[in-house]
Design a protein around this ligand. Structure first.
Ligand SMILES: [Zn+2]
Length: 76
């Protein structure tokens, strides 16, 4: 089985995707509860601390916005 590894934007830990919570950007970072948010996602560990850091320190937002910028630069 293929392992999909993602990095937590709060603590930098690398974990399997299913161990993390995915956020997508919809104005503000939204937890992608249905796992079908469009576009790029950012991930944090499934715990209070990382979730809090991700949201309150704007780490999720910054990560999601930089993903968008990178994509725009490539296509534009
Ligand atoms: Zn973490």
């Amino acid at each position: 089985m293929k392992r999909v590894i993602r990095t937590c934007v709060a603590c930098g830990a690398k974990r399997e995707k299913h161990e993390l919570i995915r956020f997508t950007l919809d104005g503000v970072p939204q937890e992608d509860v249905r796992k079908r948010g469009q576009g790029r996602g950012a991930y944090v560990c499934d715990n209070e601390k990382c979730r809090e850091i991700g949201i309150e320190k704007n780490k999720l937002k910054r990560s999601l916005q930089s993903n968008q910028l990178r994509r725009n630069r490539k296509t534009g």
